[in-house]
Design a binder for this molecule. Sequence first.
Ligand SMILES: Cc1cc2nc3c(=O)[nH]c(=O)nc-3n(C[C@H](O)[C@H](O)[C@H](O)COP(=O)(O)OP(=O)(O)OC[C@H]3O[C@@H](n4cnc5c(N)ncnc54)[C@H](O)[C@@H]3O)c2cc1C
Length: 352
Amino acid sequence: MQKEVDYIVVGLGLAGLAFVEELQAHKKTFMVFEDDSQTSSLVAGGVYNPVILKRFTPVWNAHEQLKMALPFYKSIEEKLNIIIDEKFIIKKAFKSIEDQNTWFEACDKPKLIEYLNPKLDTQSYHGVIADFSFGDVNGTGRIDTKELVESYRSHLEDNQLIRFENFEHQQVNLDEELVQYKDIKASRIVFCEGFGIKENPYFKNLPLNEAKGELITIHAPELNIDFLLKSTVFVLPLGDNLYKVGATFNWTDKTSDPSEEGKEELVEKLKKVINVPYTIVSQSAGIRPTVAGRRPLVGVHPKHPQLAVLNGLGTRGVMIAPTVAKNLFNHLEKGEALDSEIDIKRFVAVNK
Ligand SMILES: Cc1cc2nc3c(=O)[nH]c(=O)nc-3n(C[C@H](O)[C@H](O)[C@H](O)COP(=O)(O)OP(=O)(O)OC[C@H]3O[C@@H](n4cnc5c(N)ncnc54)[C@H](O)[C@@H]3O)c2cc1C
């Protein structure tokens, strides 16, 4: 039987989820397709942190993004009756005196003043290797993205709003205004496919790069920290003496499979971070959809205005997704301008 909806959404990771929230808020009808080909949103550390801790500089638009993201996740917690937002401090382990001095300078920057604590933490923590002191970042935490995405998918499934199958781009028929896909007629398709965009004939030429990331979860009964430790790698407390450790960056491997190489890299780096025994409980991997210049890929196909893309969330999907999804929705439905920094129009050779 023929079905008519306002939107087809392809992919239910953080990008698709944020866009679907907009659709639901505005009572639009839709159908989601999800084929489990990408894992980024399921394996992500889920950390939100407005500060780039390599250079002590603010993340692009972080303050504004956080102001939208935290209430966004709160409202999903209430709607789905889940708890996904865990707030904690991030402790940056300094590597040198220069590092500490750069921190002090950064503390005075207007965009960072709210987040960086100028009082250094000189305490020692059992099991944590630290030659210098720590700097505390406030206003940070973690969204349990696995719980979020899985619960959200179940919620859509209960309401028959998601099909767990591969979206076949070659089955798309475009006429002047509408889109026909198999038994569904829609006004628009929004592609939120993460690295799956490489299979999408309409948007595959956008400059999205793969940045495979791997994490291990360890059981370390002697480590007793309730903050995220940021050193050579991050160590993120999950409770019950479990910690997520990550993450690697691999720019050539296009698979989402955990690798021996990834594990060894993390184990090697962890030797410089903690000195208590642990066992590895699990390992996971995914491909971050990244863009040179670190701005998302959002916008409408130049020849087919019924087709839009929401991608390129990079290493910070948790913070960015709600803002860019809203901007895209308002652009499509209300003619609001897209932020020129994220608009795919900035690339000349985009799509056919
Ligand atoms: C190891 C690791 C750690 C990370 N840590 C953090 C962190 O701490 N904080 C943070 O903010 N971000 C983190 N990220 C980045 C974050 O995961 C991404 O920014 C975000 O998940 C991207 O979301 P997305 O929805 O665009 O893509 P994805 O999560 O890849 O979702 C795309 C979805 O589309 C589906 N799909 C694709 N093609 C099709 C098709 N043809 N038909 C049907 N379905 C399709 C896929 O199965 C997938 O579910 C991390 C990533 C990795 C890999």
